[in-house]
Design a protein around this ligand. Structure first.
Ligand SMILES: NC(=O)c1ccc[n+]([C@@H]2O[C@H](COP(=O)([O-])OP(=O)(O)OC[C@H]3O[C@@H](n4cnc5c(N)ncnc54)[C@H](OP(=O)(O)O)[C@@H]3O)[C@@H](O)[C@H]2O)c1
Length: 248
């Protein structure tokens, strides 16, 4: 895969303190991109001339709007916005979940993506349209998994939300994708492997993946997302994209 020159392009990544978001930040910075990074903990790269690094919770619309304004004042138009922040909990049968836990999950994994998606759509409209939005989805958007009622509902919601923004903003030139990154060995995967089979009956499949080390690397995911956003040869109007396994 050959990526175009990305020097000076700007990307925003939410959930950039660790895991996939941190890997995206590191890989994008090697291409000379300007970055707006946020998470509740310190983002993986510190604030510099080419990095805006902010601690925030994606459920706060005020915080996300202030962050967007800060990135815009520093770098101007954002070429690529990635809503990556996400949580797994609560895991367990729906009959055992509390409404508070379910709402808290949806607040991050779906409402947080809505807030970021809206911020980016508004931002691009003040910059003449265009831009690429990537909402990080999951195979859990496509299939139900026992024990993942909140996670599957949230990710399925992310996919439909992304379909809608793609339709609404097509005339302004915004491209929107919901990308399932494949299995990447992050803290979230550790949490999955630590689940008991009574809470998550499919757990053994994920433990087996660890034994076989059959993961997509964060760097691979980062390069695939850059290609989807910027490589004319990879350009697609398909909203839902599932990354192929890195190891075939
Ligand atoms: N790993 C996989 O195999 C896999 C597969 C499919 C989809 N995904 C999706 O990929 C995304 C990243 O997952 P990951 O595996 O990298 O998970 P992770 O290692 O647990 O990292 C999650 C990231 O999201 C941030 N985050 C969580 N809640 C947040 C909030 N309320 N506000 C701001 N940031 C928040 C975390 O930072 P703080 O805790 O510092 O806020 C962290 O940077 C998620 O959307 C996940 O659903 C992952």
């Amino acid at each position: 895969m050959s990526l175009p020159d990305l020097e000076g392009r700007t990307a925003v990544i939410t959930g950039a303190s660790r895991g996939i978001g941190a890997a995206l930040a590191r890989e994008f910075s090697t291409h000379g991109m300007k970055l707006g990074l946020c998470a509740r903990a310190e983002p993986a790269l510190p604030e510099t001339e080419t990095v805006v690094a902010v601690r925030l919770d994606v459920t706060s619309e005020q915080a996300v709007e202030a962050f967007t304004t800060r990135v815009e004042r520093r770098f101007g138009g954002v070429d690529l916005w990635i809503n990556n922040a996400g949580v797994l909990d609560p895991v367990g049968p729906i009959r055992d979940l509390s409404t508070i836990e379910f709402r808290a999950h949806i607040d991050v994994n779906l409402t947080g993506v809505f807030i970021g998606t809206r911020a980016y759509a508004r931002h691009r409209r003040t910059h003449g349209g265009g831009g690429v939005l990537i909402n990080i989805s999951s195979g859990a958007a496509w299939h139900g998994y026992a024990g993942w009622g909140a996670y599957c509902a949230g990710k399925a919601g992310v996919e439909r939300l992304t379909d809608c923004i793609a339709l609404e903003e097509a005339e302004s030139g915004l491209r929107a994708h919901a990308v399932a990154p494949g299995i990447v060995d992050t803290d979230m995967q550790e949490m999955i492997r630590a689940c008991s089979a009574d809470r998550f009956p499919d757990v053994e499949r994920f433990r087996q993946m660890k034994r076989e080390a059959s993961f997509n690397s964060g760097t691979y995911v980062a390069r695939q997302l850059l290609a989807i956003a910027f490589d004319p040869a990879r350009r697609t109007d398909e909203v839902a994209i599932r990354l192929e396994d890195e190891n075939g």
